[in-house]
Design a protein around this ligand. Structure first.
Ligand code: ADP
Length: 496
């Protein structure tokens, strides 16, 4: 057992802030990293120490393993928390960290390798008898045999990059005629994104739900789950709204899916936090998709429903302690819903947005949590993921959580940078969402309903309130860069 006293957080933005907040509560010192121009970001200012990486490319900075290891050693950190994305699922990094005598807050490199490869993980799951989406995950990548396999599976089907993530290298194919072109473009995208163009084929499940199970393991061989999250509301295979529990699971199905998840984590001798993702079809059949060997973006919904701090759990098990709770002590309480706030313009084909965040609202509603990597005055650049914050509400039931989240979002404008906030409000107001009629094509199938109103009343209300409060010139609080003066858009509100 080794007590962790100082952690290097090999990440940035909201997840670094998230880790810092738990470390502060536990009395653990933190070292943050940053690039030139990021000096004022809260992940830099709120850490005990912060180290400038430089101003080079991602590979020269946040992904520079040599540099990160040197910083860890120079600053006497006994552990590295990788957050999510960046190096969090990089087995060679995990191995190098460990071989320097530093604790990698995550699973073993072997688990990362096994689960990072969609073919290898499927082969392992098949051996365990875990239900898989029917398809082809063989080694033969020859185009003619892939066409033959596709015929056997039947259309529609999905071509997926073996090394894939974030929906990259994924193509839906509806017929024989489309297969060759789709294969070439999936391979091209996979090669660019992952340096590996191997693919697998899967039967395309119509209107599935995305259900995932949070698992946790310690080094003594105990494995538990912290129930499910439903992440069916996605855009281009990227989750935007997540919740727990899922309305689609009754106690029997919940038991079956969590049993399978724990069977998987125990079978691979897992350590730390992991997420097992499944597709759930209309007939309540579920299929293993993949395991993510890190903390997920959407972990807060699980934290709010179970009342646990998953970063603290990660640190405790990385120190060699046993899991903080036994399975029967972990309970689901109420309902939590999370939305991801992106710097993008949904009314303009989701074009990424940049700019200076003049003012970010603060939610005052009890039960609403905000995980954010910015403060007023920070710049949002195009160099990193456009997700600037997550807003998460916990309520006694789903209706209550959604209503709190909507109220929380209203109090949470981002003046200076266009965000998807109003789009998220439209999802949360949608009748189908309120009914729990959620599936992975929700957003596409409700295009009309989710399209912008001619003028967004809430935006104007926020703008006026902010202006009155701050007595500032309206020109300085332009949330939408395309509008020169917000008053230009007021004609619809004027009575004369
Ligand atoms: P990635 O690793 O790129 O995120 P996943 O395999 O986790 O890819 O799948 C991401 C999303 O793609 C799922 O949440 C779901 O919306 C969709 N998807 C994946 N596999 C299938 C399938 N066989 N049928 C229908 N949709 C699928």
């Amino acid at each position: 057992m080794k007590r962790i006293e100082k952690i290097l957080i090999a990440n940035r933005g909201e997840i670094s802030c998230r880790v810092i907040s738990t470390c502060k509560a536990l009395g653990i010192r933190t070292v943050s990293i940053y690039n030139k121009g990021e000096e004022d970001l809260p992940h830099v200012t709120s850490a005990d120490e912060a180290v400038l990486l430089g101003d080079g490319s991602l590979l020269e900075t946040y992904l520079n393993q040599d540099l990160l290891l040197e910083i860890a050693k120079n600053h006497n950190t006994c552990a590295i928390h990788p957050g999510y994305g960046l190096l969090s699922e990089n087995a060679s990094f995990a191995r190098r960290v460990t071989s320097e005598g530093i604790i990698f807050i995550g699973p073993s490199p072997e688990s990362i390798i096994l689960m990072g490869d969609k073919i290898q993980s499927k082969i392992a799951m098949e051996k365990l008898g875990i239900p898989l989406v029917p398809g082809f995950h063989g080694k033969n990548q020859d185009e003619t045999s892939l066409v033959e396999e596709a015929k056997k599976i039947g259309y529609p089907l999905l071509i997926k990059a073996t090394a894939g993530g974030g929906g990259k290298g994924m193509r839906i194919v509806n017929s024989d005629l489309e297969f060759t072109d789709a294969l070439a473009s999936a391979k091209r995208e996979a090669m660019n994104a992952f340096g590996n163009d191997q693919v697998l084929l899967e039967k395309y499940i119509t209107s599935p739900r995305h259900i995932e199970i949070q698992v946790f393991s310690d080094s003594m061989g105990s494995h538990v789950h912290l129930y499910e999250r439903e992440c069916s509301i996605q855009r281009r295979y990227q989750k935007i709204v997540e919740e727990s529990p899922s309305l689609a699971l009754n106690q029997k199905l919940r038991r079956e899916m969590t049993d399978v998840a724990v069977k998987i984590s125990s079978s691979i001798n897992y350590l730390g936090a992991g997420t097992i993702e499944f597709m759930l079809d209309k007939d309540s059949n579920f299929y293993f998709l993949e395991m993510n060997t890190r903390l997920q973006v959407e972990h807060p919904v699980t934290e709010l429903v179970t009342g646990q701090d998953l970063v603290e759990w990660q640190i405790r098990v990385a120190e060699g302690n046993s899991l903080p709770l036994k399975q029967e002590e972990i309970k689901q309480n109420g309902h939590a819903v999370e939305v991801r706030i992106y710097a993008e313009d949904p009314d303009n084909d989701f074009l990424p947005a940049i700019g200076k965040l003049n003012y970010i609202g603060k939610s005052t509603i009890s039960g609403v949590r905000c995980d954010i990597g910015y403060v007023d005055g920070n710049e949002v650049s195009v160099n990193f993921d456009p997700m600037c914050a997550k807003l998460i509400a916990h309520g006694s039931n789903r209706e209550n959580a959604i209503s709190k989240l909507r109220a929380g979002l209203n109090e949470f404008p981002f003046f200076g940078v266009t965000t998807n906030r109003n789009y998220l409000q439209r999802i949360l107001k949608s009748k189908s969402f309120l009914k729990g009629d959620t599936f992975t094509h929700f957003v596409e199938s409700k295009k009309e309903e989710l399209s912008p109103l001619k003028m967004d009343d809430q935006y104007m209300a926020d703008l006026i309130a902010f202006n009155l409060l701050n007595k500032q010139s309206v020109e300085t609080i332009n949330e939408r860069p395309s509008i020169k003066s917000p008053w230009d858009t007021l004609s619809g509100l004027r009575t004369t």
